[in-house]
Design a protein around this ligand. Structure first.
Ligand code: AMP
Length: 210
């Protein structure tokens, strides 16, 4: 199954995607995570992406397309993938269809995790990442184990001003993908992402008939 998670930054795509990937036995292809890895490793691609990411803008489509193409050729992606944070605009959606077409696959479903903007801004301010493992916690909703609490950091792009810009990019370029996939006849499942993680996960599994 090839599945796209849509929703604003901070809607819970990463968390739900990781749970789904584990349950369904397919990898999560998360371009944001890949870009942050490239940044950590100091690759040329990471250097190029940094200024876009720090400003909350999208990195060029060609950069992310290369990452996704590579991820899709890995053996573990043979039976499907969960796309998190990709595609983020219509051009990327078209490229993804092309990539999948080449390997005889197509997007089977969209899960759209709906969370109002005010809730997102509040959520992002509590989000913290472990720089050693990339694991994500939330000071209120998913507190980290005490022994690692001190080393957690806030993503530079989770600061309020950048969050507002990311939300505006989302509204203008990514949100229209819901209508794009609906008109292409791909099933779009909407879930209320303001509820607890387990409930959201349960509803997604039910909607997908898993
Ligand atoms: P995320 O972790 O998905 O919120 O992504 C963090 C940042 O990485 C975004 O604000 C963008 O700068 C960049 N990014 C991630 N995925 C994409 C994508 N598919 N296209 C362009 N930029 C992306």
């Amino acid at each position: 199954m090839d599945l796209i998670l849509l929703g604003a930054p901070g809607a819970g795509k990463g968390t739900q995607g990781a749970l789904l990937a584990e349950r369904m036995g397919v990898p999560k292809i998360a371009t944001g995570d890949m870009l942050r890895d490239a940044l950590r490793q100091g690759t040329a691609l990471g250097q190029e992406a940094r200024r876009y990411m720090d400003a909350g803008e999208l990195v060029p489509d060609s950069v992310v397309l290369g990452l996704v193409r590579e991820a899709l050729t890995k053996p573990e992606a043979r039976t499907g993938a969960i796309f998190d944070g990709y595609p983020r605009n219509v051009a990327q959606a078209e490229s993804l269809s092309g990539l999948l077409d080449e390997i005889g696959r197509r997007i089977d479903a969209i899960v759209y995790i709906d969370v109002p903007e005010e809730v997102i801004v509040r959520r992002m301010s509590g989000r913290r990442t472990d720089p050693q493992t990339g694991a994500v916690y939330h000071l209120e909703h998913a507190p980290p184990p005490a022994e690692i609490a001190e080393r957690l950091v806030q993503r530079p792009d989770d600061q309020e001003e950048t969050v507002r810009n990311r939300l505006s990019v989302y509204r203008q370029t990514t949100a229209p993908l819901v209508a794009f996939y609906e008109s292409a006849g791909v099933p779009v499942h909407r879930v209320d992402g303001t509820r607890p993680i387990e409930q959201v996960q349960g509803e997604i599994m039910e909607l997908l008939g898993q």
